[in-house]
Design a protein around this ligand. Structure first.
Ligand SMILES: NC(=O)c1ccc[n+]([C@@H]2O[C@H](COP(=O)([O-])OP(=O)(O)OC[C@H]3O[C@@H](n4cnc5c(N)ncnc54)[C@H](O)[C@@H]3O)[C@@H](O)[C@H]2O)c1
Length: 231
């Protein structure tokens, strides 16, 4: 689903950059004689990498910020010099925000709320009609001014900037997303159907997915959220 959401972030971002949608009226790919749009991606994981892939394909200028140096090195191998790779800190971020046309939030800190990387003051530094697509909204979002939106009413304007915060982006492309999810989950479903509980003994991935057993909550993370339901 992260691959799909990453790809969609650029598709939606390009759409909302159109003037009729309230955007800056920038064509991401530019045209000979006119500069390309600038896409800045916070977090170079699965979502960020796929967003970069599509943005580059459209001809945009792309910057990715991440705190994981190994990941930045991987991205350099993948994209070469086509992408600007920056360590994610306030200085680098504040430097690129005024030049950004489309900002994609794609950070994840496993087990935690997404960190707020762009404050309201940061958003105020962006040009009117800039678009923010915060894919990390399902983990609380990484932009201070971002709140959850829906497929039927996906954007709102704050500080002159368009904000997109739909937590289930792949739902926009169910024909693709359902097949992709089936491809990933079917092998596990087949194991469970054929072997029942015994399948968990042989497959550590299935074991990790066990939430309730014998009327008891057994998953440590779920136990933490519902401490009263352990009996
Ligand atoms: N809205 C949707 O429909 C949708 C769909 C899929 C995924 N998501 C969300 O997208 C986010 C990214 O998912 P992913 O699969 O790419 O995760 P991932 O783990 O592959 O990548 C996350 C990246 O964020 C980086 N990161 C962490 N802290 C950072 C910081 N302070 N600055 C910059 N980078 C930082 C990590 O180093 C990592 O490379 C998650 O929050 C996920 O829940 C949303």
């Amino acid at each position: 689903m992260s691959v799909i959401a990453g790809r969609l972030s650029i598709q939606f971002g390009a759409h909302f950059l159109e003037r009729q949608q309230g955007g800056r009226g920038v064509l991401l790919g530019g045209i000979p004689g006119v500069r390309s749009g600038k896409v800045v991606i916070l977090g170079g994981g699965v979502v960020g990498t796929e967003a970069a892939r599509i943005a580059l394909g459209m001809g945009a200028e792309v910057t990715i910020l991440d705190i994981n140096l190994e990941r930045l090195a991987y991205l350099e191998n993948l994209f070469g010099s086509q992408v600007e790779l920056l360590y994610s800190n306030a200085e680098h971020l504040l430097g690129v925000l005024p030049r950004t046309d489309l900002l994609v939030g794609a950070v994840l800190v496993p087990g935690k709320r997404a960190p707020i990387l762009v404050s309201r003051q940061g958003v105020q530094k962006m040009q009117p009609g800039t678009v923010i697509v915060d894919v990390a909204v399902d983990q609380g979002g990484c932009i201070e001014t971002l709140r959850t939106t829906s497929h039927t009413d996906p954007v709102y304007v704050e500080e002159g900037v368009l904000h997109y915060g739909v937590p289930n982006m792949p739902g926009a492309v169910p024909w693709t997303a359902t097949q992709a999810l089936n491809h990933s989950t079917f092998p596990y479903i087949a194991k469970l159907a054929n072997q029942g509980l015994a399948a968990l003994e042989q497959d550590s991935a299935l074991q990790k997915g066990l939430n309730i057993h014998d009327h008891r909550l057994v998953h440590p993370a779920v136990q933490q959220v519902f401490p009263d339901l352990q009996g």
